[in-house]
Ligand binder design. Structure first.
Ligand code: HAM
Length: 484
């Protein structure tokens, strides 16, 4: 038998996980509610996937040589010897569900949203946890650039309506698998010339996943990556045209974006568009870092022909403030995503054989990091989140009053009148004190006499004036007071 734990050593939550206590949970709910409201308005429908999946789903989609698969998955064997993994992300499960449930035969595109926990074994720090929340949007069966732009636009709307300021979308195109082959070769040749200067991890990446060297956090690797070939130069005409259209949509929607040639993302299933969205917080306004931006107002169309990016005719670099969270000196994205046109094939689906089947080709999506958004809001004192306090407090004195108050509360709830009450405090002074702390306008007092007479006493908390009101007229009485 293991020795019993020292009594003083109470159990804590596991490293990298968090309890979200009531005040923060309210903000959390408001963020999810805002995202859900916008998603549903635009025709997205909810989906819930399991928290565990077959490990193979992630190794074949996210990629064997990615950080997620190599180092971050919580994988375990079941008693039946199956290998299962706590979901580290939602896109592969969504595509699995889309294929498994025959959604390819539904009217296309299929537009889905989800919200929930994901799990990665990462080094915990502010904005990076081992269990974290994501709100995701996915459009399956859509090849057009408008779908890419819609995902970005909706995330921007969520942030804007939550009160975030100075949002910036980093966007890039990875081309498709064919375009990437030549790019990969030239990239490897570029880094090989300077491989002795690369960090140990990037020397390994040179063999396994050279694109990831582009977004390595090590300064030396960053320097070497500066003059590396850019993916857009290798994109075929169709991929360039797609990217141009995405940028044009962003221009039309006045969404500020930055063409980030080093943005490659850490998941292998992406093709064509990839994006990350950043913001700044009020706290960090003092420190400034220059970031090149291209804003829609400054140029009408996105000229990316012949590898010439919009950066070329962008205005001079503007000063942008640092985004909310930083990791080793770099900002952390509030949301990110991209297109994953070949994920269905990676999961074993054959390329469409007929014109009819073409309908389900193409998919794009993204996910908001809920922890980061909530932290961003809390650091600005819940900016944009307005939760109305109840205007009325119900005071109950004695067991009979407590019983009757349950019926009264139910009447209030049905009439959508928000009322606070205290179940445990019996004494009137304590309950009035509590009501005053909440800042309610009226207290309703229900004592023994009132219970027998079917009345209540209504106390105006500002003037201290009290009135006896029959319980049957109480709702009308309060409504009239509210109007006044
Ligand atoms: P991701 O970039 O790995 O993409 O995650 C999306 C967002 O989740 C990030 O931008 C970040 O805000 C948040 N996030 C990621 N890891 C953590 C963490 N350890 N702690 C806190 N927040 C985190 C995906 O997961 C893709 N499935 C997104 C997607 C959907 N692409 C297409 N559709």
């Amino acid at each position: 038998m293991p020795k019993s734990k020292n009594k003083k050593e109470l159990l804590q939550n596991p490293k990298g996980t968090r309890d979200v206590l009531p005040f923060d949970a309210v903000v959390w709910q408001a963020v999810e509610e805002k995202a859900r409201e916008i998603a549903e308005y635009y025709g997205f429908r909810p989906i819930r996937m399991p928290h565990i999946e077959h490990t193979e789903l992630f190794t074949t989609s996210v990629g064997e040589a990615t950080d997620i698969v190599e180092k971050q998955m919580y994988t375990f064997r079941t008693r039946g010897k199956d290998s299962l993994t706590l979901r580290p992300e939602g896109t592969a499960p969504i595509m699995r569900a889309y294929i498994q449930h025959g959604m390819r035969t539904w009217p296309q595109p299929v537009m889905l949203y989800y919200s929930g926990s994901f799990f990665r074994h990462e080094r915990p720090q502010k904005g990076r946890y081992r269990e974290f929340g994501q709100f995701g949007l996915e459009i399956l069966g859509a090849e057009g650039a408008v779908a890419d732009a819609l995902i970005i636009r909706l995330f921007m709307l969520v942030f804007e309506e939550l009160g975030f300021k100075k949002m910036m979308v980093h966007v890039n195109t990875l081309g498709d698998k064919a375009c990437r082959e030549d790019y990969r070769k030239d990239l490897v040749a570029h880094f090989r010339k300077k491989q002795n200067y690369l960090c140990t991890e990037c020397r390994r990446r040179l063999k396994t996943n050279p694109l990831r060297i582009l977004d390595c956090v090590e300064e030396k690797c960053q320097e070497i990556a500066t003059d590396a070939p850019q993916c857009i130069e290798y994109a075929c005409d169709a991929c360039k045209e797609h990217f141009r259209e995405v940028l044009e949509f962003l221009d039309k929607a006045s969404i500020p974006y930055f063409l980030d040639h080093k943005l490659v993302r850490g998941l292998d299933y992406y093709s064509r568009t990839v994006f990350e969205i950043f913001t700044e917080t009020a706290e960090e306004k003092k420190e400034e870092v220059p970031v090149e931006v291209s804003e829609s107002a400054d140029s009408e169309s996105a000229d990316i022909e012949g590898g010439e990016s919009k950066e070329a005719d962008a205005p001079p670099p503007k000063k942008e403030e640092k985004p909310a969270h930083k990791e080793e000196g770099r900002p952390l994205a509030l949301a990110s995503g991209g297109r994953y046109d070949s994920l269905a094939y990676d999961l074993g689906i054959q390329e469409p054989q007929s014109e009819e089947e073409e309908a389900w080709k193409g998919a794009v999506g993204g996910a908001i990091g809920l922890d980061r958004v909530v932290e961003g809001l809390l650091s600005q004192k819940g900016k944009g989140i307005k939760k109305e306090n109840p205007k009325v407090f119900l005071i109950q004195l004695g067991p009979q009053a407590k019983q009757q108050s349950l019926l009264l509360l139910e009447q209030f709830r049905k009439n959508r009148l928000s009322v606070a009450s205290s179940l445990s405090k019996d004494n009137i002074k304590n309950q009035l004190g509590f009501a005053a702390k909440l800042g309610v306008s009226y207290s309703i007092i229900l004592g023994q006499k009132e219970t027998i007479d079917n009345t209540v006493i209504v106390r105006d908390m500002e003037t201290g004036m009290q009135e006896i009101v029959p319980q049957s007229k109480l709702l009308d009485y309060l409504k009239k007071k509210k109007k006044k």
